[in-house]
Ligand binder design. Structure first.
Ligand SMILES: [Zn+2]
Length: 73
């Protein structure tokens, strides 16, 4: 069931990148993905891997949340 397998240099110089299925919005299979953390659902945890495009979307979402949390409007 594990679609992610380590592959050196799959996404460039960053060693955190592996080749696998994007677990975010695009859902593309067999692309360079980065593990961003575990997600929790139904009381269970699963690793979340994102491709570069979705990583940028998530990054923007996290920054927007951080700005709201810090009271910056
Ligand atoms: Zn993606």
């Amino acid at each position: 069931m594990s679609a992610v397998s380590p592959s050196a240099g799959a996404g460039g110089a960053d060693p955190g990148w592996v080749r696998g299925d994007c677990g975010w919005r695009c859902g593309r299979p067999d692309v360079p993905v980065l593990w961003v953390g575990d997600v929790a659902s139904s009381g269970m945890h699963a690793p979340l891997h994102l491709c570069g495009d979705c990583l940028r979307q998530l990054d923007a979402m996290v920054w927007a949340w951080a700005r709201r949390r810090d009271g910056v409007h």
